[in-house]
Design a protein around this ligand. Structure first.
Ligand SMILES: [Zn+2]
Ligand SMILES: [Zn+2]
Length: 170
């Protein structure tokens, strides 16, 4: 038997009872990394979910607020970065979908994984920075400029360039 996903929720208690509503807090611990960009939610990361499920004629309407923490590194200085993530979602899970990409209720369950994944991943920055004025790294030696605001090494770099220039002249 397949291991059931922590994102799958049973909704049999409110199915086909329009007007019924259930509110719950669901914490989901990830068993797989979420996201594949500069910022991700790691395995073991917890996705807190304030969820409202409403029974409507066509299916189950799921509305939620999601809170979690993404990790990654600053795209300028490469410092480790943790970003709080807070996103909303709303999706209607139909009893009988007509389109291939319709979300549906199946086996009296709804699968929130693709919905929550999309909401979170779309909110993550492609080029995260630790702060908007992060100075990044020295392009010559790689030290962090914020910690070494006055550092200079014209000598070394210059001499190397001079050597190269000489080499080119020859
Ligand atoms: Zn930075
Ligand atoms: Zn430097």
């Amino acid at each position: 038997m397949a291991v059931s996903s922590p994102f799958k929720l049973k909704v049999h208690d409110i199915m086909h009872r329009p007007g019924q509503m259930r509110e719950s807090e669901v914490d989901i611990t990830l068993t797989e990394v979420m996201g594949d960009g500069a910022m991700t939610i790691p395995v073991g990361g917890v996705i807190e979910n304030d969820l409202r499920l409403e029974s409507v004629h066509e299916g189950i309407l799921a509305t939620g607020e999601v809170f979690t923490t993404a990790i990654g590194e600053c795209s300028r200085c490469l410092d480790e970065l943790k970003l709080p993530v807070e996103v909303d979602f709303q999706e209607l899970f139909l009893y009988s979908g007509t389109e291939e990409d319709d979300f549906t209720v199946s086996d009296e369950q709804i699968d929130l994984e693709p919905v929550i994944r999309d909401a979170i991943v779309l909110s993550l920055p492609f080029q995260p920075v630790c702060s908007q004025d992060c100075l990044g790294l020295c392009p010559d030696c790689g030290v962090k400029l914020a910690e070494n605001p006055n550092h200079a090494h014209e000598q070394q770099v210059d001499s190397r360039w001079t050597e190269l220039a000489k080499f080119k002249e020859e």
